[in-house]
Design a protein around this ligand. Structure first.
Ligand code: AMP
Length: 396
């Protein structure tokens, strides 16, 4: 990372505003179901504590419309206190008199958590006055929220106009892994893209196709490519507006591009009828019946994709190979996770559904890096500058 990080600043006795990404999944009852993002922020927080900073943590949770009790950071404060073995007080707000008074009473080594910054619409609007108020709470700013770095919000970008701003350890780790995969990949460099829509992955396909040795496309988005080749895809997902884009990629990609040869088809949508009610079959991509849809990659495709992964030096993966939420259609995603785990390649999972799948399937600790930011890692792979990173101070 060519940006300043924690090691480049002296934090002893200073008030440090640390933007973290505590946007964790929760059950309907409000229990945290996955604390990966809290755990991932610990190296930065413990550095600040051990170096005598007064640490003021700021995060968003969910998409509240104004103050919404359901989106309080209370469960996060409790989990963080347990993980740190140290009391982390949640303040009732993120700006204002009460917050200022609490910060004035802090001692070096103390940690406070501000209440959900998105209770203020000014956060996402990157309102300059709101950013200034947030910044006025501290002497220094550390951004460790990679998962939100693709958004120019008050707490990720606005505050940097008022405070010396550096990256935290998680931010650096994410940028180092994703960055070196793109700039200096160990070859062969294989990218795997899946998920539902071509539309969401156009920019990343355009970028990766110029850099990789092999681009594997599976999941729902593969069917628009198959259709673009003139095949009948039945009721499979089709992104009709992007057929021309797929034709252009097919015309230029040569043997770099790997698509499914066979798929698991079903006569019903598992989200609508439940998976028990779905009949399934293996079908060649040349033989998808009009009233069936493709819901996972088939065994020959798993073998073909796994062979490409086996010989890879670097693999970057974003998006599941099928409707992996249901076990009948999760085999493709599971098999590729296993292929990555056994590959010996540098393996980078680009957040979101693929990260959840890899962890759920028990291969999390076999991967080189699992990104904490789905949207942010996708934008990074697209080659777009991330506003939350651009805003940090340069190293030199
Ligand atoms: P994305 O957010 O674009 O990465 O897409 C993830 C979603 O794609 C998951 O909810 C999957 O169920 C869905 N998906 C993957 N493969 C298929 C498919 N063949 N048909 C329909 N949906 C799919």
């Amino acid at each position: 990372m060519n940006k300043k990080s924690l090691e480049d600043i002296e934090v002893q006795g200073k008030r440090v505003l640390a933007r973290v990404d505590f946007n964790v999944p929760q059950s309907d009852a409000g229990a945290i179901t996955d604390d990966t993002r809290i755990v991932a922020a610990l190296p930065t927080i413990t550095h600040l504590i051990s170096h005598g900073a007064k640490t003021i943590l700021v995060s968003h949770l969910g998409r509240p419309m104004g103050v919404t009790p359901k989106y309080t950071l209370k469960p996060v404060a409790e989990r963080l206190s347990k993980l740190l073995g140290k009391e982390v007080t949640l303040l009732p707000d993120c700006v204002g008199d009460e917050v200022e008074a609490a910060i004035a009473n802090m001692q070096p080594g103390d940690v406070l958590l501000l209440e959900n910054v998105r209770f203020y619409p000014e956060e996402e609007a990157n309102d300059p006055d709101f950013a200034e108020k947030l910044a006025s709470l501290a002497d220094l700013y550390v951004n460790d929220a990679f998962g939100t770095a693709h958004r120019a919000h008050a707490s990720t970008e606005g505050v940097t106009h008022h405070l010396p701003a550096v990256g935290g350890y998680l931010m650096r780790k994410e940028l180092d892994y994703l960055g070196s995969a793109l700039t200096d990949p160990k070859r062969p460099f294989v990218a795997i893209l899946g998920g539902a829509k071509v539309k969401d992955k156009i920019a990343v396909i355009q970028q990766l196709i110029t850099q990789v040795d092999t681009l594997i496309i599976g999941g729902g988005m593969a069917y628009t490519f198959l259709k673009a080749q003139g095949l009948e895809i039945g009721k499979s997902l089709l992104d009709a507006k992007n057929l021309d884009f797929c034709r252009e990629i097919l015309a230029n990609a040569g043997d770099k591009l790997l698509l499914p040869d066979d798929v698991i088809i079903t006569n019903a949508n598992p989200f609508e009828v439940g998976e028990e009610a779905c009949e399934t079959r293996v079908a060649s991509v040349n033989d998808i019946p009009a009233d069936w849809e493709g819901a996972d990659i088939g065994p020959n495709t798993i073998a073909k994709f796994s062979a490409a992964i086996k010989g890879a030096g670097t693999v970057v993966w974003n998006g599941p190979m099928g409707i992996f939420e249901f076990s009948k259609f999760a085999e493709g995603t599971r098999s590729l996770a296993l292929a990555l785990a056994e590959s010996g390649a540098i393996t980078i999972i680009g957040g979101g559904d693929s990260a959840a799948a890899v962890v759920q399937m028990g291969y999390g600790d076999k991967m080189t890096h699992i990104s904490t930011g789905g949207g942010a890692s996708l934008e990074f792979l697209e080659g777009k500058p991330l506003p939350g990173v651009v805003a940090l101070q340069d190293k030199n």
